[in-house]
Design a protein around this ligand. Structure first.
Ligand code: HEM
Length: 533
């Protein structure tokens, strides 16, 4: 990022070590972050404001981005700042400002950059709502204050959060603290380098997860402002709404899993259908991946094309949220959201593969789980979800929203008659169910029952396609019983050895199965299938 790093030094050494930080802290000790992330999600839900008529208008994108900004900030700078609204606003605006500034920089010829690059990065967003300079000032103010606290704590003997201390506590390590202490203790990086890395990491963490992850089926091939944005602006809520047949099975899965395991890593590992759903979203709408061959030369990896190729995927243009669960059942490897493979490049490949993908996966699952449990999600009929966000900007790989799109949210209605009866809030009450090519299995025994949301007080939901799904019940028709059993068994084995598995694979360009090779995984599954059969 121009302006952050000392001139003439090129890309700082710290850039090569931050993935190590992510692996050593966020990735290896994911279980320590989950309670705080979960709390952050709930805080964001509680922060929704309802007006006198009992409605709350919110942009789906803004909600997704905000919830990830808050949870991500827990991991990056700790609880106090993660609850500081000024800081959070600055985080979100700074990331968008970075995108704008980078795009403006692209317009400047290389030979001119060294003269006016820094100047441009100051001016590019000035006076806009993505004013990078203003938001950076706020961020630096908070970083400085936090760093002073770290310094004070380090000055007290025994307070240094070194390796041993970290091992002996259950608390998650703030990424900023880790970077800061390492730089002070080991004289590794200058303070401006640490700050630069924090600002880049905020982007790698928050924008990707909020945008790519929680807006999973948007189209990342962006068109210029004012052009037809058709699919680019849907958030996860609206996207789930477009495929309403997924809501109930996913909801039942997360309710069952959270009831048994709470918000934990094993719970996230057991959200098999949600994992497949998210992976399918990312397959169809990956972020643009780029590698640099030599300074100034960018080569695009056509991940969109690869992930929609019939050479790798059957019926590749069709969204099938259970695609990967079916593949796993059929014995395929690399079917989990975090698995890497050449036909699935969302998290990259090889040594630079995303080390934050376990964190992103867990966070996305927890957010969607909480939403599914608390809200009913229906698509907008009035077209607001189809049009462009006025004043937003979109580029080839990034979208910079102005949060103009509003959606309606109703407050929860209480229903104390039965603890099993849930009352879901409605996102956009004027919504209609979307049409989709997904075929639901018909069950003659339940066909006459009212579908899904008996408490909603209307019969809209009876028009929705309904899939009965129960983990305690026999498997769904699309999975034969032995395959289903094998899959559950495999998932149990995996999550019981989850810590070692997660510690094993980040960035090494292999599937995330710890020391397991794809062949091992396949053999294990075949063995399980033969046992179950
Ligand atoms: C859905 C969310 C995410 C997506 C789609 C994503 C995607 C990617 C991709 C494609 C790369 C590889 C870039 C390359 O090949 O040069 C990458 C690298 C990276 N990501 Fe993520 N990421 C996500 C979430 C996160 C999170 C939550 C973190 C931090 C906790 C993170 C931290 C990083 C870092 C530090 C790198 C650099 C790795 C290296 O250079 O070795 N990412 N990410």
């Amino acid at each position: 990022m121009p302006g952050y790093f000392p001139p003439g030094g090129g890309w700082p050494a710290v850039a090569k070590t931050t993935p190590g930080v992510i692996r050593g802290t966020v990735h290896k000790h994911l279980d320590r972050y989950i309670p705080a992330m979960s709390e952050a999600i709930l805080t964001q839900l509680r922060a929704l404001q309802f007006d006198e008529s009992g409605e709350c208008t919110i942009s789906c994108f803004e909600f997704a981005y905000s919830v990830v900004a808050r949870s991500g900030s827990y991991a990056m700078v700790g609880e106090r700042l993660a609850n500081n609204e000024e800081y959070l606003r600055a985080v979100k605006e700074h990331i968008l400002g970075m995108i704008m500034t980078t795009r403006v920089q692209f317009l400047v010829p290389d030979w001119l950059k060294k003269y006016i690059g820094g100047f441009i990065s100051r001016l590019a967003t000035i006076g806009t709502r993505w004013d990078m300079h203003a938001s950076r000032k706020i961020l630096l103010k908070h970083f400085d204050a936090r760093a002073a606290e770290y310094r004070d704590e380090m000055a007290c003997p025994g307070n240094i959060n070194d390796k041993d201390d970290f091992k002996s506590t259950d608390k998650p390590v703030e990424i900023f603290r880790w970077l800061f202490e390492s730089s002070v203790l080991r004289h590794r990086w200058s303070y401006p380098e640490v700050l630069g890395e924090m600002l880049l990491l905020q982007f790698a963490f928050i924008y990707t997860t909020g945008y790519v992850g929680l807006n999973p089926t948007h189209n990342l091939v962006m068109k210029p402002r004012g052009a037809d944005h058709q699919q680019a602006l849907y958030g996860a809520l609206a996207e789930l709404a477009r495929q309403p047949e997924y809501i109930q099975p996913l909801r039942e899965e997360v309710e069952a899993v959270l009831a048994e395991y709470g918000a934990t890593v094993p719970a996230c590992d057991r959200m098999i259908l949600l994992d497949s759903f998210l992976k399918e979203c990312q397959r169809l709408h990956p972020p643009a991946a780029r590698i640099t061959l030599k300074p100034g030369t960018h080569v695009g990896v056509p991940s969109s094309w690869i992930q929609r190729s019939s050479a790798y995927y059957e019926d590749p243009e069709t969204f099938d949220g259970y695609r990967f669960v079916k593949r796993a059942a059929a014995g395929a490897t690399n079917t989990r959201l975090v698995d890497l493979s050449p036909d699935y490049l969302v998290f990259g490949m090889g040594v630079h593969a995303c080390p934050g993908r376990w964190m992103a996966s867990a966070l996305m699952k927890l957010v969607i789980a909480e939403l599914l449990i608390r809200f009913d999600i229906l698509s907008g009929a009035e077209g607001s979800s189809q049009g462009p966000l006025i004043g937003s900007l979109s580029f080839e790989e990034f979208y910079v929203p102005n949060f103009g799109l509003k959606r309606t949210l109703l407050p929860p209605r209480t229903n104390s008659s039965s603890p099993r009866t849930r009352t879901y809030q409605l996102l956009n009450p004027s919504a209609v169910a979307a049409e989709t090519c997904m075929k639901a299995p018909r069950n003659p025994e339940t066909e006459d029952e009212p579908a899904s949301h008996p408490e909603s007080g209307d019969d809209r939901s009876s028009n929705l396609t309904r899939i009965e799904f129960d983990f305690a019940a026999p498997p769904q028709p699309f999975l034969d019983p032995p395959a289903w059993e094998a899959m559950l068994k495999r998932s149990r084995t995996k999550s019981s050895s989850g810590e070692e598995n997660r510690a094993g694979g980040a960035g090494e360009g292999r599937a995330s199965g710890g020391s397991e090779t794809p062949q091992d995984q396949r053999e294990e599954l075949e063995f399980s299938i033969s046992l179950a059969g």
